[in-house]
Design a protein around this ligand. Structure first.
Ligand code: TRP
Ligand code: CA
Ligand code: ZN
Length: 326
């Protein structure tokens, strides 16, 4: 576990006094967060434990995506006003938290689309860890699981980076993609327009598309082994079994990064495929029904979100960013 690296003096991550107190308390139960304990930990830089991402905060973003859809013809689809409103919502949160944001424009199907990129200042510019999610919905609904869930969880993880005042070893970048539902258009545009020198700096891309499916499974992409293992370790710690993701290889934005040679990974709770009885036994839920009963339909609302799955996956994202980035 990461706490072992307390003994490694070469770590460059700086942590707040408050966090140090908590960290020490968990290493040595006798030590309370006293001023003495705080002082003791400031000498060799220590590694922060990943935060527990607040489900309530993630769901608050979903509520905003819902309202945005409701105010814009019922969806957040590419080329529709609900998409740009979604970009502006996420961008506003990131700007206020100290990220350097940029909006990349592209055209697809005769309509303008946007990717939102947010860089957390600092870290080794030659070692970039990136996490992303598609922000567009299909036209038939608000797209709260697909993919408000990944968008909100990545946003909340980025905000947690800011709240922690994280000074990671690696450079952290977050991305929200447009026009995924038209065939990974936005992420492909971003990846294909990244200069080769910039591609080489990308240590990994982590993708989150549908992570709160109503009848959830716990699927981990089996692409880059180190990223895969990071997620498996997290879920093993929770005692939640995982399976390799097979429903949609190449069906989300990680494929755009894979095709330019970037190591990728990610999480998924299932779409239209049916949960087997073996899967229902280990994960709960209903055998013989789709993982997401509202996949690509108008009932993909906040009411169809599985809170437990969304919470676990949100925490797993933060864990992976802290593990792989710091
Ligand atoms: N992105 C797909 C969509 O929106 C959903 C999907 C299917 C998926 N299989 C996947 C996402 C596997 C991530 C991984 O239609
Ligand atoms: Ca949590
Ligand atoms: Zn979709």
């Amino acid at each position: 576990m990461k706490l072992c690296s307390l003994s490694v003096p070469a770590r460059s991550v700086l942590v707040s006094a408050l966090a140090i107190g908590g960290l020490l308390a968990s290493v040595a139960p006798a030590a309370t967060a006293s001023p003495a304990a705080t002082k003791r930990a400031t000498a060799p830089a220590a590694v922060l434990a990943a935060p527990d991402i607040s489900l309530a905060n993630v769901k608050a973003h979903l509520t905003q995506f819902s309202s945005i859809a409701a105010a814009n013809g019922g969806n957040r689809a590419h080329g529709r006003p609900g998409y740009l409103a979604s970009v502006n919502y996420v961008k506003g949160k990131l700007d206020a938290a100290g990220f350097t944001t940029s909006v990349q424009q592209f055209t697809s199907g005769g309509r303008v689309g946007y990717n939102l990129i947010a860089d957390w200042p600092g870290g080794d510019p030659n070692q970039v860890v990136m996490a992303g999610a598609h922000l567009d919905s299909v036209t038939s609904g608000a797209g709260i699981n697909d993919n408000g869930s990944g968008s909100a969880a990545v946003l909340e993880t980025a905000l947690a980076v800011s709240r922690a005042g994280l000074q990671p070893t690696k450079h952290l970048r977050f991305g929200w993609w447009g026009a995924e539902e038209l065939g990974l258009v936005g992420s492909r545009y971003y990846a294909n327009n990244l200069p080769s020198a910039e591609r080489a700096k990308l240590d990994g891309y982590l993708n989150f598309d549908m992570i709160g499916s109503s009848n959830a499974g716990y699927f981990v992409y089996d692409d880059d082994p180190a990223i895969e293992q990071t997620f498996k370790t997290y879920f093993a710690g929770l005692g939640v079994p995982t399976e390799i993701e097979t429903e949609g290889d190449g069906r989300s934005d990680h494929a755009s990064f894979m095709s330019i040679g970037v190591p990728v990974g990610g999480l998924f709770t299932g779409a239209g495929r049916t949960k087997t009885s073996a899967q229902a036994q280990k994960w709960g839920g209903t055998a013989g029904q789709a993982f997401d009963r509202c996949y690509h339909s108008s009932c993909d609302t906040t009411a169809s979100i599985n809170d437990t799955a969304l919470d676990r996956n949100s925490d797993a994202i933060a864990y992976a960013i802290w593990e792989l980035g710091t």
